[in-house]
Design a protein around this ligand. Structure first.
Ligand code: EPU
Length: 326
């Protein structure tokens, strides 16, 4: 059950590999011919149907290796199958700065680079230098960060015509000089209570904030934020801002504003409500949860209902952040 939603789903075949060479061998042996789904830890997937007709592939490529360093920076190469938060913990232990705001983000390193994970003012694209891939044609190809077309929870690797590429390793650059991103509201509040700050403390603060809002998938199945925060035009933003003076927002540029979908959903009255065994989390409305035994279709039904409620109240379309697998 390789999905944190806790949904029963099986595939015709499930293959794991420990190295790029082993993956290449699968290709040469013709084992990757039919429909393919390459997954990480399954923390951002929703299996809509109980059976996936095809092969599910999972990387077990491990390792964190220093490629080079200078006085200010260190460059590391990490296997796609490393658990993302283990990598963050490793950086914090070595006092390499940059990844700590992404503490406890679920999933694995390869998927983090595909999804461009982000939290508390940092996105993984800010740290990535190169994404290494192996294609179904057997070719190894390195993508410089500028070629990855990174955007909010998006990259070139999510495009349908790029699905034949598998991320094998990710290269990242961390800082050896003490520096923090603490401008995000809830972090700022916690830090103001301290006399001095260090990287371990910041990691602990972020872990505590996440744990207070986001349910543990081992207890309550979920895939983190279910929806993306929508971006609206200035005129739409001004209309809403007049009507709801306490509405939170982030200004992207003069013409575009991001509105937290969790806030929009809460205003519709759906926070904490259930539709059968699927529910909107009571501490963070952006998260949909499996109360126990929910099917993919039941989660989709709740998602559609919540989307409609937001549209009817605000005229804003919210779209899923989670990948639907049918
Ligand atoms: N809010 C509400 N009600 C709610 C939830 C949120 O009013 O039920 C308000 C909060 O009070 C706050 C604002 O919305 O003013 C933003 O909330 P929060 O700080 O919890 O962050 P978010 O925008 O809801 C995003 C990411 C999270 C990431 C946090 C922190 C997306 C889709 N989600 O959530 O990422 O951890 O910011 O940076 O961008 C994930 O991708 O799975 C994920 C958890």
């Amino acid at each position: 059950m390789h999905n944190t939603f806790g949904i029963e789903a099986v595939a015709d075949e499930f293959l794991e590999y420990h190295s790029e060479e082993e993956l290449l061998q699968f290709i040469k042996d013709g084992r990757l011919k039919g429909r393919l789904l390459h997954i990480g830890a399954g923390s951002n997937l929703l299996f809509v149907n109980p059976i996936f007709h095809g092969t599910v592939l999972h990387s077990l490529i491990k390792g964190i290796e220093v490629i080079c360093e200078d006085e200010d920076h260190v460059w590391v190469r990490v296997g796609a199958g490393e658990v993302w938060d283990d990598f963050v913990a490793y950086c914090v232990e070595h006092q390499w700065y940059g990844a700590e705001n992404l503490s406890l983000v679920p999933g694995e390193v390869g998927a983090a680079a595909v999804q461009n994970i982000g939290a508390y003012g940092v996105e993984v694209k800010d740290l990535i230098t190169v994404v290494e891939t192996l294609g179904l044609d057997g070719e190894h190809r390195d993508f410089q960060v500028s070629e990855c077309k990174y955007a909010y929870r998006d990259s070139i690797f999510k495009r349908p015509d790029m699905k034949h590429l598998f991320v094998t390793h990710v290269q990242l650059c961390l800082s050896k000089k003490e520096q923090y991103h603490t401008e995000y509201g809830s972090i700022k509040n916690e830090i103001s209570k301290l006399d001095t700050l260090n990287i371990s403390e910041l990691r602990n603060i972020i872990i505590a904030i996440r744990q207070s809002k986001l349910p543990d998938p081992l207890i309550l199945g979920n895939a983190g934020s279910f929806f993306k925060n929508p971006v609206v035009s200035r005129s739409k933003f001004e209309e809403l801002n007049t009507q709801y003076e306490h509405m939170p927002y982030y200004e992207i540029d003069e013409e575009h504003f991001k509105i937290p979908a969790g806030w929009l959903i809460e205003q519709t009255g759906w926070k904490g409500r259930a539709l059968g065994p699927a529910a909107v989390h009571d501490k963070q409305a952006l998260v949909l949860v499996n109360l126990g035994g929910a099917t993919g279709a039941e989660i989709v039904a709740l998602s559609d209902t919540v989307r409609r409620a937001v549209y009817d109240k605000f005229g804003i379309e919210i779209s899923p952040e989670v990948n639907f697998i049918s």
